[in-house]
Design a protein around this ligand. Sequence first.
Ligand code: NDP
Length: 451
Amino acid sequence: MLTVLEPATEAVLAEVPRAGAAEVDAAVANARAALPAWRALAPADRARVLGALADVLAGAHEELAVLEARNAGKTIADARGEMAMVVDTFRYYSGAPERLLGDTIPAAGGQAFTVREPLGVVGLITPWNFPLTIASWKLAPALAAGNTVVLKPAELTPLTALRFAELAADAGVPAGVINVVVGPGSTCGQRLVEHPDVAKIAFTGSTEVGRTIAAAAAAQIKRVTLELGGKSANIVFADADLEAAAAAAPGAVFGNAGQDCCARSRILVQESVVDRFLELLEQHVTALRVGDPLDEATQMGPLISQAQRESVSSFLDGEAPIAIRGSAPEGKGFWFAPAVLAPVRPEQRVAREEVFGPVAAVIAFAEEPDAIRLANDSIYGLSGSIWTRDGARALRVARAVETGVLSINSNTSVRVSTPFGGFKQSGYGRELGSHALEAYTEMKTIFYATE
Ligand code: NDP
Protein backbone atom coordinates (compact mmCIF):
# COMPACT_ATOMS: atom_id res chain seq x y z
CA MET A 1 0.00 0.00 0.00
CA LEU A 2 0.98 3.60 -0.55
CA THR A 3 0.59 5.99 2.37
CA VAL A 4 -0.47 9.49 1.36
CA LEU A 5 0.36 12.26 3.85
CA GLU A 6 -1.21 15.65 4.49
CA PRO A 7 1.74 18.09 4.31
CA ALA A 8 0.17 20.58 6.75
CA THR A 9 -0.13 18.01 9.56
CA GLU A 10 2.11 15.08 8.51
CA ALA A 11 -0.93 12.87 9.31
CA VAL A 12 -1.97 9.98 7.07
CA LEU A 13 -4.60 11.20 4.61
CA ALA A 14 -5.18 7.95 2.72
CA GLU A 15 -3.80 4.52 1.92
CA VAL A 16 -4.06 3.50 -1.71
CA PRO A 17 -2.93 0.33 -3.50
CA ARG A 18 0.48 0.80 -5.10
CA ALA A 19 0.66 -0.32 -8.72
CA GLY A 20 3.65 -1.83 -10.48
CA ALA A 21 4.61 -2.71 -14.04
CA ALA A 22 1.88 -5.38 -14.32
CA GLU A 23 -0.85 -2.82 -13.54
CA VAL A 24 0.63 -0.45 -16.13
CA ASP A 25 0.50 -3.23 -18.72
CA ALA A 26 -3.15 -3.90 -17.85
CA ALA A 27 -4.01 -0.19 -18.07
CA VAL A 28 -2.30 0.12 -21.47
CA ALA A 29 -4.21 -2.95 -22.69
CA ASN A 30 -7.50 -1.35 -21.53
CA ALA A 31 -6.62 1.91 -23.25
CA ARG A 32 -5.72 0.07 -26.42
CA ALA A 33 -8.98 -1.87 -26.41
CA ALA A 34 -10.98 1.35 -25.93
CA LEU A 35 -9.15 3.22 -28.72
CA PRO A 36 -11.03 2.10 -31.88
CA ALA A 37 -14.46 3.07 -30.56
CA TRP A 38 -13.27 6.35 -29.01
CA ARG A 39 -11.47 7.59 -32.11
CA ALA A 40 -14.39 6.52 -34.31
CA LEU A 41 -16.91 8.47 -32.25
CA ALA A 42 -18.41 11.30 -34.30
CA PRO A 43 -16.62 14.56 -33.41
CA ALA A 44 -19.78 16.13 -32.01
CA ASP A 45 -20.38 13.08 -29.81
CA ARG A 46 -16.83 13.17 -28.44
CA ALA A 47 -17.37 16.88 -27.81
CA ARG A 48 -20.57 16.07 -25.90
CA VAL A 49 -18.79 13.55 -23.65
CA LEU A 50 -16.06 16.10 -22.83
CA GLY A 51 -18.72 18.74 -22.17
CA ALA A 52 -20.53 16.35 -19.82
CA LEU A 53 -17.22 15.71 -18.05
CA ALA A 54 -16.75 19.47 -17.57
CA ASP A 55 -20.25 19.65 -16.05
CA VAL A 56 -19.58 16.76 -13.64
CA LEU A 57 -16.24 18.31 -12.61
CA ALA A 58 -17.97 21.65 -12.03
CA GLY A 59 -20.46 19.86 -9.76
CA ALA A 60 -17.57 18.35 -7.77
CA HIS A 61 -15.58 21.61 -7.69
CA GLU A 62 -15.54 22.16 -3.93
CA GLU A 63 -14.92 18.49 -3.11
CA LEU A 64 -11.95 18.39 -5.51
CA ALA A 65 -10.60 21.72 -4.21
CA VAL A 66 -10.60 20.51 -0.59
CA LEU A 67 -8.99 17.19 -1.56
CA GLU A 68 -6.27 18.96 -3.58
CA ALA A 69 -5.67 21.54 -0.82
CA ARG A 70 -5.24 18.80 1.79
CA ASN A 71 -3.11 16.45 -0.31
CA ALA A 72 -0.82 19.07 -1.89
CA GLY A 73 -0.80 21.54 1.03
CA LYS A 74 -1.98 24.39 -1.19
CA THR A 75 -4.30 27.13 0.02
CA ILE A 76 -7.99 26.53 -0.44
CA ALA A 77 -8.25 29.76 -2.47
CA ASP A 78 -5.58 28.51 -4.87
CA ALA A 79 -7.11 25.05 -5.02
CA ARG A 80 -10.49 26.54 -5.92
CA GLY A 81 -8.89 28.58 -8.69
CA GLU A 82 -7.06 25.52 -10.00
CA MET A 83 -10.16 23.33 -10.03
CA ALA A 84 -12.00 26.09 -11.90
CA MET A 85 -9.20 25.93 -14.46
CA VAL A 86 -9.60 22.16 -14.72
CA VAL A 87 -13.29 22.67 -15.57
CA ASP A 88 -12.43 25.44 -18.06
CA THR A 89 -9.78 23.25 -19.69
CA PHE A 90 -12.26 20.45 -20.40
CA ARG A 91 -14.82 23.01 -21.55
CA TYR A 92 -12.30 24.61 -23.92
CA TYR A 93 -11.18 21.31 -25.48
CA SER A 94 -14.76 20.06 -25.74
CA GLY A 95 -14.86 22.48 -28.68
CA ALA A 96 -11.81 20.86 -30.29
CA PRO A 97 -13.06 17.59 -31.83
CA GLU A 98 -15.02 19.54 -34.44
CA ARG A 99 -12.17 21.97 -35.08
CA LEU A 100 -9.28 19.63 -35.90
CA LEU A 101 -8.81 21.27 -39.26
CA GLY A 102 -6.44 20.38 -42.09
CA ASP A 103 -5.18 22.10 -45.25
CA THR A 104 -5.98 21.71 -48.92
CA ILE A 105 -2.84 22.02 -50.99
CA PRO A 106 -2.56 22.56 -54.77
CA ALA A 107 -0.86 19.54 -56.37
CA ALA A 108 -0.37 18.40 -59.96
CA GLY A 109 -2.77 15.70 -61.16
CA GLY A 110 -5.13 15.74 -58.24
CA GLN A 111 -5.88 17.18 -54.84
CA ALA A 112 -3.74 17.01 -51.75
CA PHE A 113 -5.08 17.59 -48.28
CA THR A 114 -4.08 16.97 -44.67
CA VAL A 115 -5.96 15.37 -41.79
CA ARG A 116 -5.05 15.03 -38.14
CA GLU A 117 -5.01 11.50 -36.74
CA PRO A 118 -4.86 10.59 -33.04
CA LEU A 119 -1.58 9.07 -31.86
CA GLY A 120 -3.12 6.10 -30.04
CA VAL A 121 -2.53 5.34 -26.35
CA VAL A 122 -0.85 8.30 -24.64
CA GLY A 123 1.01 8.05 -21.31
CA LEU A 124 0.69 11.07 -19.01
CA ILE A 125 3.20 11.47 -16.17
CA THR A 126 2.44 14.35 -13.84
CA PRO A 127 4.01 16.04 -10.77
CA TRP A 128 2.79 16.87 -7.29
CA ASN A 129 2.78 20.67 -7.43
CA PHE A 130 -0.44 21.20 -9.46
CA PRO A 131 -1.72 17.63 -9.55
CA LEU A 132 -5.10 17.69 -11.28
CA THR A 133 -4.51 20.98 -13.10
CA ILE A 134 -1.43 19.77 -14.96
CA ALA A 135 -3.12 16.41 -15.60
CA SER A 136 -6.09 18.24 -17.19
CA TRP A 137 -3.77 20.18 -19.54
CA LYS A 138 -2.75 16.80 -20.96
CA LEU A 139 -5.97 14.81 -20.58
CA ALA A 140 -8.33 17.23 -22.29
CA PRO A 141 -6.47 17.79 -25.60
CA ALA A 142 -5.37 14.13 -25.74
CA LEU A 143 -8.97 12.92 -25.41
CA ALA A 144 -10.39 15.60 -27.70
CA ALA A 145 -8.03 14.45 -30.45
CA GLY A 146 -9.30 10.87 -30.14
CA ASN A 147 -6.51 9.29 -28.07
CA THR A 148 -7.02 7.12 -25.02
CA VAL A 149 -4.80 7.69 -21.99
CA VAL A 150 -2.98 6.17 -19.03
CA LEU A 151 -2.31 8.78 -16.34
CA LYS A 152 0.39 8.24 -13.72
CA PRO A 153 0.12 10.96 -11.06
CA ALA A 154 2.95 11.62 -8.59
CA GLU A 155 2.88 9.19 -5.68
CA LEU A 156 2.77 12.10 -3.23
CA THR A 157 -0.51 13.46 -4.65
CA PRO A 158 -2.63 10.79 -6.33
CA LEU A 159 -6.00 11.53 -4.71
CA THR A 160 -7.61 14.00 -7.13
CA ALA A 161 -6.54 11.85 -10.11
CA LEU A 162 -8.23 8.82 -8.57
CA ARG A 163 -11.40 10.81 -7.86
CA PHE A 164 -11.25 12.26 -11.38
CA ALA A 165 -11.36 8.74 -12.88
CA GLU A 166 -14.58 8.03 -10.94
CA LEU A 167 -16.13 11.32 -12.04
CA ALA A 168 -15.19 10.61 -15.67
CA ALA A 169 -17.07 7.32 -15.47
CA ASP A 170 -20.08 9.17 -13.98
CA ALA A 171 -19.94 11.62 -16.89
CA GLY A 172 -20.21 8.80 -19.42
CA VAL A 173 -16.59 8.54 -20.58
CA PRO A 174 -16.43 4.94 -21.89
CA ALA A 175 -14.48 2.39 -19.83
CA GLY A 176 -10.82 2.16 -20.82
CA VAL A 177 -10.58 5.66 -22.32
CA ILE A 178 -9.10 7.10 -19.11
CA ASN A 179 -6.92 4.87 -16.91
CA VAL A 180 -5.16 6.00 -13.73
CA VAL A 181 -2.23 4.04 -12.33
CA VAL A 182 -0.75 5.06 -8.97
CA GLY A 183 2.79 3.86 -8.45
CA PRO A 184 6.40 5.05 -8.40
CA GLY A 185 8.01 6.78 -11.35
CA SER A 186 10.93 4.38 -11.25
CA THR A 187 8.67 1.41 -12.06
CA CYS A 188 5.25 2.59 -13.34
CA GLY A 189 6.53 5.73 -15.04
CA GLN A 190 9.42 3.92 -16.63
CA ARG A 191 7.19 1.08 -17.86
CA LEU A 192 4.87 3.60 -19.52
CA VAL A 193 7.84 5.18 -21.27
CA GLU A 194 9.16 1.82 -22.46
CA HIS A 195 5.82 0.19 -23.32
CA PRO A 196 5.67 -0.54 -27.06
CA ASP A 197 1.92 0.19 -27.21
CA VAL A 198 2.28 3.70 -25.78
CA ALA A 199 2.62 6.14 -28.67
CA LYS A 200 3.56 9.24 -26.73
CA ILE A 201 4.58 10.45 -23.28
CA ALA A 202 3.49 13.85 -22.00
CA PHE A 203 5.59 14.65 -18.94
CA THR A 204 5.79 17.47 -16.41
CA GLY A 205 8.44 17.34 -13.71
CA SER A 206 12.14 17.80 -13.13
CA THR A 207 14.62 18.42 -15.93
CA GLU A 208 16.62 15.46 -14.64
CA VAL A 209 13.76 12.95 -15.06
CA GLY A 210 12.72 14.65 -18.33
CA ARG A 211 16.18 13.93 -19.71
CA THR A 212 15.86 10.24 -18.74
CA ILE A 213 12.43 10.02 -20.37
CA ALA A 214 13.59 11.68 -23.59
CA ALA A 215 16.53 9.26 -23.80
CA ALA A 216 14.38 6.16 -23.15
CA ALA A 217 11.67 7.33 -25.58
CA ALA A 218 14.28 7.79 -28.30
CA ALA A 219 14.71 4.01 -28.48
CA GLN A 220 11.24 3.77 -30.09
CA ILE A 221 11.16 7.28 -31.59
CA LYS A 222 8.27 7.74 -29.17
CA ARG A 223 6.69 11.20 -29.20
CA VAL A 224 7.47 13.22 -26.07
CA THR A 225 6.47 16.59 -24.73
CA LEU A 226 8.37 17.85 -21.73
CA GLU A 227 7.42 20.63 -19.31
CA LEU A 228 10.42 20.87 -17.01
CA GLY A 229 12.08 23.18 -14.54
CA GLY A 230 12.54 26.94 -14.58
CA LYS A 231 14.53 29.78 -13.06
CA SER A 232 12.48 32.65 -14.36
CA ALA A 233 13.49 36.30 -14.14
CA ASN A 234 11.22 39.06 -12.91
CA ILE A 235 12.88 42.17 -14.40
CA VAL A 236 12.07 45.45 -12.66
CA PHE A 237 13.26 48.63 -14.38
CA ALA A 238 13.69 51.92 -12.50
CA ASP A 239 10.86 53.49 -14.53
CA ALA A 240 8.34 50.80 -13.44
CA ASP A 241 5.42 51.26 -11.09
CA LEU A 242 7.58 50.02 -8.20
CA GLU A 243 4.69 49.76 -5.76
CA ALA A 244 2.83 47.45 -8.14
CA ALA A 245 5.94 45.41 -8.97
CA ALA A 246 6.81 44.94 -5.28
CA ALA A 247 3.23 44.04 -4.34
CA ALA A 248 3.06 41.42 -7.10
CA ALA A 249 6.56 39.91 -6.65
CA PRO A 250 5.83 37.72 -3.57
CA GLY A 251 2.89 36.00 -5.28
CA ALA A 252 5.12 35.24 -8.27
CA VAL A 253 7.68 33.34 -6.21
CA PHE A 254 5.90 32.32 -2.99
CA GLY A 255 2.66 31.21 -4.66
CA ASN A 256 2.16 27.45 -4.14
CA ALA A 257 4.99 27.82 -1.58
CA GLY A 258 7.38 28.42 -4.47
CA GLN A 259 6.76 24.94 -5.86
CA ASP A 260 5.97 26.27 -9.29
CA CYS A 261 7.96 25.79 -12.48
CA CYS A 262 7.02 29.37 -13.43
CA ALA A 263 8.25 30.85 -10.12
CA ARG A 264 10.00 34.18 -10.74
CA SER A 265 12.73 33.22 -8.30
CA ARG A 266 15.29 35.65 -9.76
CA ILE A 267 14.18 39.23 -9.21
CA LEU A 268 16.41 41.45 -11.35
CA VAL A 269 16.15 45.05 -10.17
CA GLN A 270 17.80 48.12 -11.75
CA GLU A 271 20.48 49.19 -9.31
CA SER A 272 19.22 52.76 -8.81
CA VAL A 273 15.97 51.45 -7.24
CA VAL A 274 17.12 48.28 -5.44
CA ASP A 275 16.92 49.80 -1.95
CA ARG A 276 13.48 51.28 -2.54
CA PHE A 277 12.24 48.03 -4.07
CA LEU A 278 13.46 45.95 -1.10
CA GLU A 279 11.82 48.41 1.30
CA LEU A 280 8.49 48.02 -0.53
CA LEU A 281 8.91 44.26 -0.86
CA GLU A 282 9.57 43.75 2.84
CA GLN A 283 6.09 44.80 3.94
CA HIS A 284 4.49 42.32 1.54
CA VAL A 285 6.74 39.41 2.51
CA THR A 286 6.41 39.89 6.26
CA ALA A 287 2.63 40.30 5.94
CA LEU A 288 2.27 36.99 4.04
CA ARG A 289 0.00 34.67 6.02
CA VAL A 290 1.53 31.20 6.07
CA GLY A 291 -0.55 28.48 7.71
CA ASP A 292 -3.45 26.04 7.53
CA PRO A 293 -4.29 25.56 3.83
CA LEU A 294 -7.99 25.23 4.64
CA ASP A 295 -8.13 28.61 6.41
CA GLU A 296 -9.66 31.08 3.92
CA ALA A 297 -7.18 33.81 4.95
CA THR A 298 -4.05 31.73 4.34
CA GLN A 299 -1.81 32.87 1.48
CA MET A 300 0.86 30.17 1.59
CA GLY A 301 0.78 26.58 2.82
CA PRO A 302 3.55 24.12 3.71
CA LEU A 303 6.01 22.44 1.39
CA ILE A 304 5.04 19.06 -0.01
CA SER A 305 7.39 16.84 2.03
CA GLN A 306 10.27 16.67 4.47
CA ALA A 307 12.63 15.89 1.57
CA GLN A 308 11.50 19.05 -0.22
CA ARG A 309 12.02 21.10 2.97
CA GLU A 310 15.57 19.80 3.27
CA SER A 311 16.24 20.56 -0.37
CA VAL A 312 14.87 24.13 -0.07
CA SER A 313 16.72 24.74 3.24
CA SER A 314 20.00 23.93 1.53
CA PHE A 315 19.72 27.25 -0.38
CA LEU A 316 19.95 29.22 2.90
CA ASP A 317 23.58 28.24 3.27
CA GLY A 318 25.00 31.68 3.97
CA GLU A 319 26.40 32.16 0.47
CA ALA A 320 24.04 35.14 0.05
CA PRO A 321 22.57 37.16 2.94
CA ILE A 322 18.91 36.84 3.95
CA ALA A 323 17.50 40.34 3.50
CA ILE A 324 13.86 39.60 4.34
CA ARG A 325 12.28 36.66 6.16
CA GLY A 326 8.60 35.97 6.58
CA SER A 327 7.08 33.69 9.19
CA ALA A 328 5.68 30.16 9.30
CA PRO A 329 3.95 27.97 11.91
CA GLU A 330 5.99 25.77 14.26
CA GLY A 331 5.38 22.09 14.94
CA LYS A 332 3.97 19.39 12.70
CA GLY A 333 3.80 20.15 9.00
CA PHE A 334 6.48 20.82 6.38
CA TRP A 335 6.59 24.57 7.07
CA PHE A 336 9.12 26.96 5.62
CA ALA A 337 9.15 30.73 6.16
CA PRO A 338 9.51 32.66 2.89
CA ALA A 339 12.92 34.25 2.36
CA VAL A 340 14.37 36.94 0.12
CA LEU A 341 18.13 36.81 -0.40
CA ALA A 342 19.89 40.06 -1.35
CA PRO A 343 22.28 41.05 -2.72
CA VAL A 344 22.78 37.90 -4.79
CA ARG A 345 25.49 37.57 -7.41
CA PRO A 346 24.60 35.80 -10.67
CA GLU A 347 27.15 33.03 -10.18
CA GLN A 348 25.78 31.99 -6.77
CA ARG A 349 23.84 28.71 -6.51
CA VAL A 350 20.52 30.35 -5.55
CA ALA A 351 20.71 32.39 -8.78
CA ARG A 352 21.32 29.34 -10.97
CA GLU A 353 19.43 26.33 -9.64
CA GLU A 354 15.69 25.80 -9.36
CA VAL A 355 14.82 26.10 -5.64
CA PHE A 356 11.19 24.93 -5.89
CA GLY A 357 10.43 26.57 -2.57
CA PRO A 358 9.75 30.07 -1.20
CA VAL A 359 13.22 31.57 -1.68
CA ALA A 360 13.75 34.59 -3.94
CA ALA A 361 17.10 35.99 -5.09
CA VAL A 362 17.35 39.75 -5.75
CA ILE A 363 20.08 40.58 -8.27
CA ALA A 364 20.96 44.14 -9.30
CA PHE A 365 21.59 45.19 -12.91
CA ALA A 366 22.86 48.41 -14.46
CA GLU A 367 21.24 48.91 -17.88
CA GLU A 368 18.80 47.18 -20.23
CA PRO A 369 21.42 44.99 -22.01
CA ASP A 370 22.64 43.77 -18.59
CA ALA A 371 19.09 42.80 -17.63
CA ILE A 372 18.70 40.78 -20.84
CA ARG A 373 22.10 39.11 -20.42
CA LEU A 374 21.32 38.13 -16.81
CA ALA A 375 17.80 36.91 -17.64
CA ASN A 376 19.25 34.66 -20.36
CA ASP A 377 22.12 33.42 -18.20
CA SER A 378 20.30 30.19 -17.32
CA ILE A 379 19.94 26.66 -18.67
CA TYR A 380 16.18 27.23 -18.30
CA GLY A 381 13.72 29.38 -20.24
CA LEU A 382 10.16 28.88 -19.09
CA SER A 383 8.58 32.09 -17.90
CA GLY A 384 9.30 35.63 -16.75
CA SER A 385 8.13 39.20 -16.30
CA ILE A 386 9.12 42.72 -17.32
CA TRP A 387 8.04 45.73 -15.28
CA THR A 388 8.47 49.11 -17.00
CA ARG A 389 6.38 52.11 -18.11
CA ASP A 390 8.34 52.31 -21.37
CA GLY A 391 6.33 50.37 -23.94
CA ALA A 392 9.08 50.13 -26.55
CA ARG A 393 11.51 48.81 -23.95
CA ALA A 394 8.94 46.26 -22.78
CA LEU A 395 8.63 44.86 -26.30
CA ARG A 396 12.40 44.99 -26.99
CA VAL A 397 13.18 43.07 -23.82
CA ALA A 398 10.27 40.64 -24.33
CA ARG A 399 11.67 39.68 -27.75
CA ALA A 400 15.21 39.31 -26.39
CA VAL A 401 14.48 37.13 -23.36
CA GLU A 402 14.78 33.41 -24.13
CA THR A 403 11.63 32.00 -22.54
CA GLY A 404 8.40 30.41 -23.70
CA VAL A 405 6.04 32.68 -21.74
CA LEU A 406 6.48 36.30 -20.65
CA SER A 407 4.26 38.92 -19.06
CA ILE A 408 4.62 42.69 -19.09
CA ASN A 409 3.56 44.52 -15.92
CA SER A 410 2.04 41.25 -14.71
CA ASN A 411 3.32 37.98 -13.33
CA THR A 412 0.80 35.65 -14.93
CA SER A 413 1.94 32.75 -17.12
CA VAL A 414 -0.87 30.36 -17.77
CA ARG A 415 -4.19 30.69 -19.57
CA VAL A 416 -6.37 27.92 -20.99
CA SER A 417 -6.40 29.56 -24.42
CA THR A 418 -2.69 30.42 -24.80
CA PRO A 419 0.27 28.09 -25.47
CA PHE A 420 2.51 27.27 -22.52
CA GLY A 421 5.95 25.66 -22.55
CA GLY A 422 9.64 26.28 -22.38
CA PHE A 423 12.77 27.22 -24.28
CA LYS A 424 16.14 25.52 -23.61
CA GLN A 425 16.18 22.93 -20.79
CA SER A 426 12.69 23.91 -19.65
CA GLY A 427 11.43 21.39 -22.18
CA TYR A 428 9.82 21.14 -25.56
CA GLY A 429 6.33 21.14 -26.97
CA ARG A 430 3.47 23.40 -25.95
CA GLU A 431 0.47 22.73 -23.74
CA LEU A 432 -2.87 24.57 -23.66
CA GLY A 433 -4.48 26.67 -26.36
CA SER A 434 -5.09 25.31 -29.83
CA HIS A 435 -1.35 24.50 -30.13
CA ALA A 436 -1.61 21.59 -27.67
CA LEU A 437 -3.69 19.63 -30.18
CA GLU A 438 -0.66 19.44 -32.49
CA ALA A 439 1.14 17.50 -29.77
CA TYR A 440 -1.62 14.87 -29.56
CA THR A 441 -2.10 14.27 -33.30
CA GLU A 442 -0.07 13.21 -36.31
CA MET A 443 -0.56 15.09 -39.54
CA LYS A 444 -1.36 12.86 -42.51
CA THR A 445 -1.14 14.02 -46.13
CA ILE A 446 -3.54 12.42 -48.60
CA PHE A 447 -3.32 12.81 -52.37
CA TYR A 448 -6.36 11.98 -54.49
CA ALA A 449 -5.56 11.60 -58.20
CA THR A 450 -8.13 13.20 -60.46
CA GLU A 451 -6.59 12.26 -63.82
P1 NDP B 1 10.13 14.20 -10.66
O1 NDP B 1 10.54 14.74 -11.96
O2 NDP B 1 10.91 13.08 -10.06
O3 NDP B 1 8.61 13.64 -10.72
C1 NDP B 1 7.65 13.99 -11.68
C2 NDP B 1 6.86 12.76 -12.12
O4 NDP B 1 7.72 11.85 -12.80
C3 NDP B 1 6.26 11.96 -10.97
O5 NDP B 1 5.02 11.40 -11.37
C4 NDP B 1 7.29 10.88 -10.77
O6 NDP B 1 6.78 9.73 -10.12
C5 NDP B 1 7.67 10.57 -12.19
N1 NDP B 1 8.97 9.91 -12.38
C6 NDP B 1 10.05 9.94 -11.56
N2 NDP B 1 11.06 9.22 -12.08
C7 NDP B 1 10.61 8.70 -13.26
C8 NDP B 1 11.19 7.86 -14.27
N3 NDP B 1 12.43 7.43 -14.17
N4 NDP B 1 10.45 7.53 -15.33
C9 NDP B 1 9.19 7.99 -15.47
N5 NDP B 1 8.57 8.78 -14.54
C10 NDP B 1 9.28 9.15 -13.46
O7 NDP B 1 10.02 15.38 -9.65
P2 NDP B 1 10.20 15.28 -8.04
O8 NDP B 1 8.90 14.99 -7.48
O9 NDP B 1 11.28 14.35 -7.66
O10 NDP B 1 10.67 16.76 -7.71
C11 NDP B 1 12.06 17.07 -7.74
C12 NDP B 1 12.29 18.43 -8.33
O11 NDP B 1 11.79 18.45 -9.66
C13 NDP B 1 11.59 19.55 -7.64
O12 NDP B 1 12.27 20.01 -6.53
C14 NDP B 1 11.55 20.58 -8.76
O13 NDP B 1 12.79 21.23 -8.84
C15 NDP B 1 11.33 19.74 -9.99
N6 NDP B 1 9.91 19.67 -10.37
C16 NDP B 1 9.45 20.46 -11.37
C17 NDP B 1 8.11 20.44 -11.70
C18 NDP B 1 7.57 21.31 -12.76
O14 NDP B 1 6.41 21.69 -12.68
N7 NDP B 1 8.32 21.62 -13.80
C19 NDP B 1 7.16 19.60 -11.00
C20 NDP B 1 7.74 18.76 -9.99
C21 NDP B 1 9.07 18.80 -9.71
P3 NDP B 1 6.81 9.57 -8.50
O15 NDP B 1 7.06 10.91 -7.91
O16 NDP B 1 5.46 9.03 -8.21
O17 NDP B 1 7.90 8.59 -8.20
